[in-house]
Write a protein that binds this ligand. Structure first.
Ligand SMILES: Cc1ncc(COP(=O)(O)O)c(C=O)c1O
Length: 401
């Protein structure tokens, strides 16, 4: 049975890539874009670009309205309490750096920042560098055999010196939903602030941040079928009040004098300079597009495709899956085959998958690997994509063995 995606035609790049002989299986790195987003970007640029929050002329008013509408759409998508809890950044990485600078004043020597062993470099290095600046300790929660944060170990490691906890919702390497509620409550019980890296998680299913009750959540637009160059920092109302300003310049300031200044509160106080206006408006259009889809149908499609991916990999001799992926991606190595050689042959056959350390070098080291191949799926992928991947995989393994 060939599994079709009813949404494939909404993404014009898929047909172009197919005509070029390319099978795109790298959506966890960045997703292709729906026509609705492309139309919104074209519309914004052709109707007159203007800066936001500054001028009173009509184009500026129109741009500001569209920009602020997008903030409302993001707030709704995440079920934030309101749009003032949404800060636009240039990516999830920038949002995490913002937090690491904005919360720096809360840390003293010997305080602890807790992360997990599977974090993307974006959710490791800002905290590592913060710990170095403040003489604080970075504590790393180990994983269990399934690749999930080990809860008994977490209970032992999260303690009265824990000030910040920053963990991923869904691993970009292992594809496993993490036991977030349990880990967050351990941190909350110690009075620590909780930060969730939702860069991968936000793409699959709907998430209710009020129910999750984390202090901060970051996501990137480009993985959620939106434009690149845009990220989101969600902060719970009272948690945002703890943030110190970190970038200074136009529009984030209420009163500027030569020797002192007064700054806006969030969100504007954390959006210094011209924001990615077109990108934010585009993200709003992508969310409108996604909101118009049948969420259950999308989930079923993603699950069916993911099961077929896992089954196919498990059937192949010598293929070793990393962790126990729950959704949309699978990373693997093959006994006796170097991942870079395999990636090279797959690339030659037009298979666009990711290989290497996936920006998670410490995790790779823990797994005793230098790299792995990652196949990741978007809602536009179909059974034909998987068939082409497996045919190319079999041909490559035949050559390499
Ligand atoms: C888990 C995770 N966190 C953070 C990031 C960084 O996101 P951005 O590209 O928006 O900076 C990525 C990107 O791959 C990711 O997978």
């Amino acid at each position: 049975m060939i599994l079709h995606s009813p949404w494939r035609a909404d993404f014009p790049a898929l047909a172009v890539l197919e005509a070029q002989g390319q099978t795109y299986l790298d959506s966890a790195a960045t997703a292709q874009k729906p026509q609705a987003l492309i139309d919104a970007l074209t519309g914004y640029y052709t109707c007159g670009a203007a800066n936001v929050h500054r001028a009173q002329h009509q184009p500026a008013e129109r741009a500001t309205r569209a920009f602020e509408d997008a903030r409302v759409k993001v707030a709704r998508w995440l079920n934030a309490a309101g749009p003032t809890e949404i800060v636009f950044t240039h990516g999830a990485t920038e949002a995490l750096n913002l937090l690491a600078y904005g919360l720096e004043h809360l840390l003293q020597a010997d305080d602890e920042i807790v992360i997990s062993a599977l974090e993307h470099h974006a959710n490791l290095l800002p905290w590592q560098q913060l710990a170095l600046r403040r003489g604080a300790r970075l504590v790393v929660l180990p994983l269990d055999a399934q690749g999930l944060i080990d809860l008994p170990a977490a209970a032992a490691l999260i303690g009265p010196r824990t000030r910040l906890l920053a963990v991923s919702q869904l691993s970009n390497v292992l594809g496993s939903w993490q036991p977030l509620q349990a880990v967050l409550s351990l941190a909350r019980a110690q009075g620590a602030l909780t930060i969730v890296d939702g860069a991968q998680g936000v793409v699959h299913g709907r998430h209710d941040l009020q129910a999750l009750a984390c202090d901060f959540y970051v996501m990137s637009s480009h993985k959620l079928y939106g434009p690149d160059g845009v990220g989101v920092l969600y902060g719970r109302g009272e948690s945002l009040l703890q943030l110190r300003h970190w970038q200074f310049g136009g529009e984030m300031v209420r009163v500027a004098e030569y020797h002192r200044a007064e700054f806006h509160a969030a969100p504007l106080g954390f959006e210094a300079g011209t924001p990615p206006i077109a990108g934010v408006i585009g993200l709003g259009a992508s969310l409108d597009y996604l909101a118009g889809l049948d969420a259950t149908a999308v989930e079923t499609h993603e699950q069916t495709l993911h099961r077929a991916l896992l089954d196919g990999l498990r059937q192949r001799e010598g293929v070793r899956l990393l962790g126990a992926p729950s959704v949309a991606l699978a990373s693997f190595v093959v006994d006796g085959v170097h991942h870079a050689d395999l990636a090279h042959l797959l690339t030659e056959q037009g298979i666009a998958v990711r290989s290497g350390n996936h920006c998670a070098m410490p995790l790779m080291k823990e797994l005793g690997l230098t790299g792995a191949i990652r196949v990741s799926l978007g809602l536009y992928n179909d059974g034909g994509d998987l068939q082409r991947f497996f045919e190319a995989l079999d041909r490559s393994l035949e050559l390499l063995r």
